[in-house]
Design a protein around this ligand. Sequence first.
Ligand code: ADE
Length: 234
Amino acid sequence: MVFHVLTIFPEFFRGPFEHGVVGRAIESGKVRIAVHNLRDWTSDRHKTVDDRPFGGGEGMLLKAEPIFLAAESIFQERRPDRKVVLLSPQGKLFDQAAARRLSEAAEVLLICGRYEGVDERVAGYLAHEELSIGDYVLSGGELAAAVVIDAVARLLPGVLGNEESALRESFSALEHGPGVLDCPQYTRPAEFRGWKVPEVLLSGNHEQIRRWRLEAALEKTARLRPELLEKLKN
Ligand code: ADE
């Protein structure tokens, strides 16, 4: 799968993908990340990518034209397996279902918004989806693009090793839709600074362990993410 990233900070993407699962996926050729500098599609001396908003207001917006020109040169023809995504705090929430949807594509172009926003014609006539990674405002879409790439890449066939995929299947309810969170887990030592691992986990009784894990997962979900349980009921 190819991830194209359109940004005014191409250097940002030097580090994040050198390590871990995505780093290995790149090395083995299962994933390619092509970073494109938005300023390469400007034609004025100052390589201007932004302008003031019509109707007044604070700040600057990314202009439509360089973004359209870039997208049209990166994807010279539109195909159903090529997706264009705009990252912005106004987007639809990026969740595991969205990650799964994007993992079906052959190529994804991630457009990183900047400044106070992006000319709305990008969301309206260029992007298939406008996505937000959470209800908070970042100073740009670059971190969001990195989050999307990580979440999508690990769903691609062969990217996680067998063991990791098996773990994903059995433990991560969120991988299968909004559900309950993973259960709490512990490793050695059995007692750390006086805090003990729940006795049942040391018991070797698999049925009791299974029941404890389910209950602990439900308790933690109710405490930290009650809205997930509400979704389950509906
Ligand atoms: N750009 C700024 N904030 C963002 C967010 N929460 N998600 C995606 N892109 C963003």
